[in-house]
Structure formats: C-alpha cells, structure tokens
Write a protein of this length. Structure first.
Length: 98
C-alpha cells in the first residue's frame, strides 16, 4: 500500500494540492486530478482501485488512465513524496497543512 511520506505536509484544495517535503525543502503542486489520486492514496486505495475511480470519473479508457496513474505515482515516489507502507514501517497519513 502507498502512503504519503512522513516528512511531507499537504494541503488539498478545489484547485489541486500542494505538497511540502519539510526535510528536503521541496514543494510540489499537482492539479485537480493529481489531488484526487492523492486523496485515494490517503484513503488506502490500491493502484487498480485508483485507476477504476479516475477512469469512471472522467469517462476515460482504463488502460490510458492506468499508464498515467502509474507514471504519476512513480514520479511522486521518485521525489520521495510517496512510499510504500513497508518502506515506512508503519501506516497512517502524514499531517496536513492547515
């Protein structure tokens, strides 16, 4: 299962999301679709469930959505925004910016 890294604080708004890695001093912004994917990750959905939800929400082909979701999740993983629960050694979301 994926989760947001402990060092990342996030704020999801109607316009997307902002993620701040407090240890690396890195800020990442994502659009509305990226924010929705992050919400699904926070809710404990796996990759296939995320693909199903996004595909249904946008009426898009599942294979196209799957490729985009995998690329997005990989990019967030490469920037240390996301990690697997096994890597983290625990479960539960990181804190939100208020």
């Amino acid at each position: 299962m994926l989760r947001i890294s402990d060092s990342v604080r996030h704020s999801i708004t109607q316009d997307g999301a902002i993620l701040l890695d407090v240890h690396r001093g890195q800020v990442v912004s994502v659009n509305v679709t990226g924010a929705r994917i992050l919400e699904l990750v926070l809710d404990g959905h796996d990759e296939s469930q995320i693909v199903d939800q996004i595909s249904q929400a946008y009426g898009a082909d599942k294979e196209v959505v799957r490729l985009d979701v995998v690329e997005f999740l990989d990019a967030l993983g490469n920037h240390h925004i996301l990690q697997s629960s096994a890597e983290a050694g625990e479960t539960g979301p990181a804190g939100r910016i208020r």
